[in-house]
Design a protein around this ligand. Structure first.
Ligand code: CTP
Ligand code: CA
Length: 228
């Protein structure tokens, strides 16, 4: 199948993509993490670069080769990701939050390894809420900037997606159903992409690259034309 020459329809644009999953440290050797592989975010970075964009990829704990043509900013925790994303978003035309950001972090970080104590029960782990990076991007957006979120849902997928899109003031929300090995670590994905304009675009199960290209099609359609 010849898809023909790739359209450089993102030439002259700066896009920021977050990928992977944040890790919230408990002590120097332990963390609370999640199952995100980073594959979808890396596919977004690769396809954006192929379409001519300057790409900043904020990558949390990903074991994947750097995508050609992207500047990779490695981060660990949600707080580190927040700093890197907000900084890169300053002059970005679009920001896509494909990363799985931990909702909570341990309140106390122990500077030395937590040890078992003879005969004593373990301490409970107290959690605090992390900042919502996507919501902050929605609040701070520059004129013309397109903000895209991802949502992993197991129940009431579309209703939860619509509510999430509105709550975070995003332009687009890529909603996929998770659980039972439907998404994590797989090369393929299926999704419905909801738009703040009421639109809804179904993407059949296929390569994460194909879903990425549909996301960029929808982003490109929402960008202001470049100054002549
Ligand atoms: N997100 C974020 N910062 C957070 C949590 C999530 O930027 N602290 C982003 C994710 O990168 C994703 C979107 O918000 O693009 C939705 O993430 P999701 O976990 O589905 O939404 P939450 O608002 O955390 O709601 P919940 O997990 O309770 O369903
Ligand atoms: Ca969450």
């Amino acid at each position: 199948l010849d898809r023909g020459a790739v359209q450089p329809d993102l030439a002259g644009r700066h896009v920021v993509v977050s990928a992977g999953g944040t890790r919230e440290p408990l002590d120097p050797v332990r963390f609370i993490g999640n199952r995100s592989s980073g594959l979808q975010g890396y596919a977004l970075a690769r396809t954006a670069a192929a379409r001519g964009a300057r790409v900043t990829l904020v990558a949390a704990n990903v074991a994947l080769p750097d995508p050609a043509g992207a500047r990779v900013v490695p981060v660990g925790s949600a707080e580190e990701m927040r700093k890197a994303v907000l900084e890169a978003a300053g002059d970005a035309d679009a920001v896509v939050m494909a990363a799985a950001v931990a909702d909570f972090r341990p309140v106390d970080y122990r500077g030395s390894k937590i040890k078992k104590a003879e005969g004593a029960e373990p301490e409970p782990i107290r959690l605090a809420k992390n900042p919502d990076i996507l919501a902050e991007l929605g609040e701070r957006r520059r004129a013309g900037q397109v903000i895209v979120g991802f949502a992993a849902e197991t129940d009431d997928v579309l209703a939860n997606g619509r509510a999430k899109l509105a709550r975070k003031r995003s332009d687009l929300l890529v909603v996929n159903q998770v659980g039972e090995d439907l998404t994590f670590g797989r090369p393929d994905n299926a999704a419905v992409i909801l738009g703040a304009d009421g639109s809804s675009t179904e993407v059949e199960r296929g390569a994460k690259e194909a879903l990425a290209d549909v996301v960029w099609d929808l982003v490109a359609a929402r960008l202001d034309p470049l100054p002549a």
